[in-house]
Structures are given as structure tokens and as C-alpha cells.
Design a protein. Sequence first.
Length: 226
Amino acid sequence: ESVPQPLVDQLKEGGTMVIPVGSRYQQVLYVMRKRDGALRTEALHPTLFVPMTGSAEDARKVQPDPLSPTIANGGFEKALLESGSMPDWYYQRLVTRAADPRAPEGQYYASFANTEPGRPAMAMQGLAIDGRQVRQLTVSAWVKYTDVRPGRDNNELPVIAVTFYDQNRAALPHSWIGPFRGTSDWVRKSETFRVPPEAREAIVRLGLFGAVGELGIDDVRLEGHR
């Protein structure tokens, strides 16, 4: 959640260190440089690391709530990081935060664009979910798309997908909204999925996933049902 002081002390004058900082699922990769005895930091991009072990993970001040799965920055309104990345979403590829006064929620949305079949245009976010208690998950979002066509085959099309993982981080069956193709103005999409009882984590994936065209996504929301 913060840079440990012993780690700062180990960094020599003129040295550089890259470290993830933040809560369990909302981490940012920072580059830190020691100049004149002071630590200077620059936010690079969001990331998701495997959990720390033992007391290190238990000692986090902010713990995820697996009984109330939520999306952070689902409206893409947070200010961009210094690198230009959108906060809270990792593995960002061929996506920008676009401004539009007609956006369904706020002033911005995520805009994916790709012209080369097979290239990944995407963004992802991890979260905690306990399938023993949360039996169903409703996923909703506003989407619009322009001239969307399959990529190298009909499996490469835009979706909003949720992949569940068990306590060992093994992938479980996944669910999705879509696929989308052709052209459409803003429309709200919503689906309710069964959560596998073995699920302890999930990753929400947005994007074209190899398709060509343009895709806009806004106001991504989750609601768990017991």
C-alpha cells in the first residue's frame, strides 16, 4: 500500500527502483529514483500482482470485500496517470480515455480501436468474489461500436467478459456479454451470470480482442446476488 522505508533506505543515491503500490486489486507500478537523498516517484501504469503471503497480505489496511464485488473507475472519470494510462485498469492495449459530453456516465468513456486483425485491444480489472456466498453476478455497461468486424476468425469479436478463478488461481468457466459487431449508438447491456462456488477471484475483461473497428464502453457496473 506504500513503499516500505527499509526499501527506500537500501536505494543508493542515483538509484532507480520499480515497485507496485496500492491496494490488493488497484495497484500502480511506480518508478522511483533517489536524487539528493529524496525519493522521486512517477506513476507508470496499473498492474495486478499475485497476492503477498502470510502477514504481509493480512496486514493490508484496505482489504478487498469478496461479498460485495465492485468495479473501480467503471465510468473512466478518474484523471489519467502521468504515463497517460487510465487508473485501475491494467493490460491496457489500443485503448484511450475519450471525452464526449454525450457519454452515458460523466464526460469520458473507454475507446478501443484496431485496424489490424488479431491485435489485442483491451483493458482488464481484478476483484475478489466468494462464490460460496455470491451465487450470481450482474454485469452491466453502456456500449457503442462502429464498423466492427471479426478479426482472423469469428472468435475474435468484442465482448465484456468475466473469468472466475479458484483459491489456487486456476481458471474456472467464464461468462460474457456480446459479442458485438457492426455499428450501434450507445446502448445499455446487462447480463446475470452464475458464479461458480469455487470462485474466489474474478477478472473483468473489456475490448475488441482481435476484432477490427471501434468500440466505446462506459459505466461498467457489477452487482452480486446471494
